[in-house]
Design a protein around this ligand. Sequence first.
Ligand SMILES: Cc1cc2nc3c(=O)[nH]c(=O)nc-3n(C[C@H](O)[C@H](O)[C@H](O)COP(=O)(O)OP(=O)(O)OC[C@H]3O[C@@H](n4cnc5c(N)ncnc54)[C@H](O)[C@@H]3O)c2cc1C
Length: 352
Amino acid sequence: LGLLPAFDLHHVYDVLIVGSGPAGLTAAMYAASEGLSVLVLEQRAYGGQAGHSSRIENYLGFPTGISGRALASRACVQAQKFGADVVVPASVHELICDGEVLRIGLNDGTHLQGRTIVLASGADYRKPALPNLAQFEGRGVYYWASPIEGRLCEGEAVVLIGGGNSAGQAAVFLSAHSSIVHLLIRGKNLASTMSSYLIERIAAIPNIILHTRTELTSLFGDENGLQEVCWTESVTGAHTSAAIRHVFVFIGARPNTVWLDKRNVQLDEHRFIYTGMDVQDNAGLNFSKSGPSSYYRAAFETSVRGVFAIGDVRAGSTKRVAAAVGEGAAVVAQIHSYLTRSASSARMKGSG
Ligand SMILES: Cc1cc2nc3c(=O)[nH]c(=O)nc-3n(C[C@H](O)[C@H](O)[C@H](O)COP(=O)(O)OP(=O)(O)OC[C@H]3O[C@@H](n4cnc5c(N)ncnc54)[C@H](O)[C@@H]3O)c2cc1C
């Protein structure tokens, strides 16, 4: 993409940011606009998941929506305007926290130094393995169910795949708009994956039909979008084909943290990054403001001092563009206070 400035390997950046989705680019823009030196490292293309969205309709200030590509391009230009360097492609594969300065290792062996690091590497939605799925994303295949999607499928049948709580909530929501919600799950029931209150609600809603041990097997459509959906029951092999134009996928998200060493940064059981009060000390106690000051963690600080995590990669985050942007803005104040604290402790060490 031509976003490859020559690295100064001796320079210590104030902020190194991993990932150029909405969270990373917002942090870059605010940090650079407030005078910090910023380097953003992106493995694929700037914009992250949002950059792949054909139209974002629920981001404040764009009442008619904006394409993900347009939003991402504007954000990247804005961050660069304030002086942030954005490097694409640069794949981070290592976080090194063994000295005064934090370091990041790239796949090509380059090491970069930062006073702080912001992990904004996002998540990927799990997707069914269907060869033409991408063709229908945003044109019949959706990964969330907001009132916009509700209106899109008003009075029509929909297919929803997934057996977790988010799938259950989406099924209940969509049942108020659609004529029928076909809920497809791989397991033999919902009991092991969904809360019982949702199971009861689903059972009480007549237009939600649960198909157990069933998988989505193919999608058909044309330039107007999705037109037909097929699913197969795994035990009997029974095959169903229906003229359905809307498929909702709620089979979870996978954080982009395979490259992070668990011994370094605390992760939850799904490998999302713990921050703030969720970080635990060696005794398994949560850090809190009321505890000793050495325990205190800012809201987006990870278990490693000076390393922050924001956006979809953070445990407990709200998986939305606006939420990622909000965290990107908020983390910069936490970075300033960390830098001030570490500068004053370095001065005290020097004078002592
Ligand atoms: C198709 C689609 C449509 C969506 N539409 C909407 C919508 O309409 N409204 C809404 O609110 N939300 C929407 N979302 C969700 C929204 O896009 C995400 O919540 C948001 O993008 C999260 O931002 P993020 O910056 O935290 O992470 P991401 O957007 O996931 O960005 C993370 C970036 O980090 C990079 N990265 C990962 N690992 C590394 C590494 N090791 N080294 C370097 N770079 C790395 C990735 O390549 C990626 O560019 C949509 C998601 C998808 C997939």
